[in-house]
Design a protein around this ligand. Sequence first.
Ligand code: ATP
Ligand code: MG
Length: 578
Amino acid sequence: MDTKRIRKGGLPFVPNLRDYDEMRRQFTWQQIAGELDWFDEEHINIAHIAVDAHLKTDRRTKKALIWEGKKGEVEEYTFEDLARLSNRFANVLVEQAGVVKGDRVFFFLDRVPEIFIGILGTLKAGGVIGPLFCAFGPEAVKDRMADAGAKVLVTSPGLKKRIAGILPDLPALEKVILVHRGREAEPSEDLSYEEAMAGASEVFEIVRTHGEDHAIMHYTSGTTGKPKGAVHVHAAVQGHFATARYVLDLGQDDVYWCTADPGWVTGTSYGMFGPWSNGVTQVVYEGGFSASRWYGFLEKWKVTVWYTAPTAIRMLMKSGDELPGKFDFASLRYMCSVGEPLNPEAVVWGDRIFGKPFHDNWWQTETGSIMIANYPVQDVKPGSMGRPFPGIEAGIVDDEFRELPAGQEGHLALRPGWPSMFRTYWQKDDLYASLFKEGWYISGDKAKMDEEGYFWFVGRADDVINTAGHLVGPFEVESVLIEHPAVAEAGVIGKPDPIAMEVIKAFVSLKEGIEPSDELRLDIKKFVMKRLAAAATPREIDFLPSLPKTRSGKIMRRLLKARELGLPLGDTSTLEDD
Ligand code: ATP
Ligand code: MG
């Protein structure tokens, strides 16, 4: 394990916290619950906590959302604006779409302000939100909406056109609401968002949902197979609130940017509920990735806290070290990453370019909020996901679900019962139940813990490679591969072999301007061999222009493997276009 460290940088915003142990000692879920504005002991509503609860404070007129569109246009919304607009939307849903508590309302929209307003309004009305990533094709939308029995779809005319063919296959769907954003509405039986909003009252009495009432459905990324609909409840906001404060270190003066789309769990837990429940201003960029635009966005809005993902960081690295030198990041004080293992190289790169490391953290759609993290109060060990969130017990267990001591590799497991834990997979109760063993929730990932309690990701349980009696995690090999100066991205799989059971095969994409060659292949192999055991050195290396990824940006190793072996590709509904 890597023992390099990047020293913790100063004290966090939470007062009186000096180190991790102290944070664990101080923290209780009870205290967190006590800080939130429940209706009574059992009833809470995420939208109320995120927005309306601030109306009683001086944050009423504070900016909650600063949105920059693809063409550079800017819109700003205070907490009060969001409260009023989401009230209107809740009225639209109740009065014009007949939404009652528990109905599923799906969103298939670009990253426009209406998705934020719509999601808040749906939660106020007691509905269950189902955000879909706007780049999905018709089949991906159909699978999820049919599975969820969605009653309402909020979309745009352009996106509706894309999926028009599948709408008749959704018998539960009763109403489509079209967000035009300046486009002229054509006559149709759908509701026009703008017209309906204009006619709706600004006053709405938020449905007093029970903490255990369903609130959010997010489909998983589909990295390992068919996406599952993880169901979350209103009480989950306690997890969003607590982790946004202690992990993202959000405070009152921050300008926060979460790059995740609301179609993925990071985009709601940390692109809406976490920051807003803390009363924090966030900036949202509608456009897609571009290194120069992203750097420009950080500079322009004086972003102080930035939450992004390894794929984006690797793309920034790929675009070179000169470009960031042209921008001013003086305001940026804290950076976090989630979604995939963050290679040590990326942490060190961040430290070099921005003068601070990326703080990696681990969680899943199922866990609803961050479970393992690097905090401002602890040193960062590049390559480690950090330590369990206070209030969370994590462990490494063997195949019989017995806890393993430090240093041993096994299943990453969590003690169930935290507020934002998923309550089921939609209509897949058996699958859900099968993940709970001997008092643990089994995450499906493999990891190990070191003597200081830091967790190190090994790989997804299905991706771990068994070669000549050694278990090799793809992450370890990939991290070394991307340290090679020519390599931008790497994906590693186990390829069946008659003698060794599996041999390691690597797929790499190269940095801009570098051409594949046999010499380079040999050089990369030698590079890995010097740094890892012989068993972990790839037997074969293929060059690819880019690696297949899910739309949430995760390398799909199962697809690399299926292609390599000529097997069926399985569910590719979340596969990114090349
Ligand atoms: P599916 O469950 O459909 O296969 P998925 O697991 O990719 O897709 P998500 O819930 O979006 O869907 O992703 C959670 C997974 O992402 C984790 O289980 C883990 O494998 C990976 N992951 C997230 N953060 C990290 C991290 N910091 N380090 C390593 N892996 C991470
Ligand atoms: Mg998963």
